[in-house]
Design a protein around this ligand. Structure first.
Ligand SMILES: Nc1ncnc2c1ncn2[C@@H]1O[C@H](COP(=O)(O)OP(=O)(O)OP(=O)(O)O)[C@@H](O)[C@H]1O
Length: 260
């Protein structure tokens, strides 16, 4: 028997143009199973574009994206989601007027055939599906440390817990690849630390993740490897310690003293 390919996601030679401007140019990124892969770069470097290409919300102008050994670059976003790619979008909203648990259940419905709309409308559903979704959702809430918040209105949660709730929503589809787009933005130091702990726990549990962040210290503390983008190109790809010492990265991004 052959061992499974260690690479879960392979972005190869990917470019994306908007008009005459390259948002990404000839980008290669491999994410191995179980890895936490950081993506950093200054404003406009192409980080969000890369995520949108992986999630299927944008199409590449050229290049290929493979996931679990198969090309996905022509697949619609919902197909990618069902194959196990989950995203926490930058600035994603929660459903107001719903509890934390209901918010997660809507996410679970979106990841199953039951459909998010029937969840929102509370239409009659197969009770077996329903029980399974309830169990997954409770499990996802517990996994992010929000079990005690299940019955509270989502909008009443502090910002740090709202971010954790978004992670729970992504987790309840039982993804194999979780993409996090600037999950720490706007959080205070203590909330950031709690989120970092949550991501570290998910990593220990074997989940493969891609983490886009402006906060370089946040990424270097969590990632196994980091890809640095600048003006749409990969300028470095290495372990965090090497990234911090890389002269091209310091020049482009980190500043002379090695900090952002
Ligand atoms: N829909 C679009 N139409 C035209 N240009 C775009 C579009 N989306 C992105 N761009 C351009 O592509 C480049 C990369 O943008 P992108 O948002 O991916 O960068 P980023 O690294 O995520 O930046 P930030 O850190 O500010 O979010 C930028 O020059 C941006 O102006």
């Amino acid at each position: 028997m052959t061992a499974p390919d260690p690479v879960l996601l392979s972005v190869a030679g990917v470019s994306r143009r908007f008009g005459g401007v390259y948002a990404l140019r000839d980008v290669d990124v491999d994410v191995t199973r179980g890895e936490t892969h950081g993506v950093i770069g200054p404003n406009g470097a192409g980080k969000s574009t890369l995520f949108s290409l992986i999630g299927g919300h944008l199409r590449a102008s050229s290049g290929t994206i493979a996931y679990d050994g198969a090309r996905i670059d022509r697949a619609a976003p919902h197909r990618r989601a069902r194959s196990g790619i989950a995203m926490v979008f930058q600035g994603a909203r929660l459903f107001r007027g719903m509890t934390a648990l209901e918010n997660v259940m809507v996410g679970a419905h979106a990841a199953t055939r039951a459909g998010a709309l029937s969840a929102v409308l509370r239409l009659p559903r197969h009770s077996r599906d329903e029980r399974r979704i309830l169990a997954w959702s409770r499990e996802a809430l517990a996994r992010v440390g929000l079990a005690d918040w299940a019955g509270r209105p989502a909008e009443a949660l502090p910002l740090g817990q709202q971010r954790a709730l978004q992670v729970a929503r992504a987790l309840c589809g039982q993804p194999r690849l979780l993409l996090l787009d600037e999950p720490a933005s706007g959080l205070r130091a203590a909330e950031r630390a709690a989120l970092a702990e949550l991501i570290a726990e998910l990593r220990t549990g074997g989940l493969t993740m891609m983490l886009v962040e402006h906060d370089v210290a946040f990424v270097t503390g969590l990632a196994d490897r980091i890809t640095v983008l600048d003006l749409g190109r990969v300028i470095a790809q290495d372990v965090p310690r090497a990234i911090r010492a890389d002269q091209r990265v310091i020049d482009a991004y980190l500043g002379a003293d090695g900090h952002e």
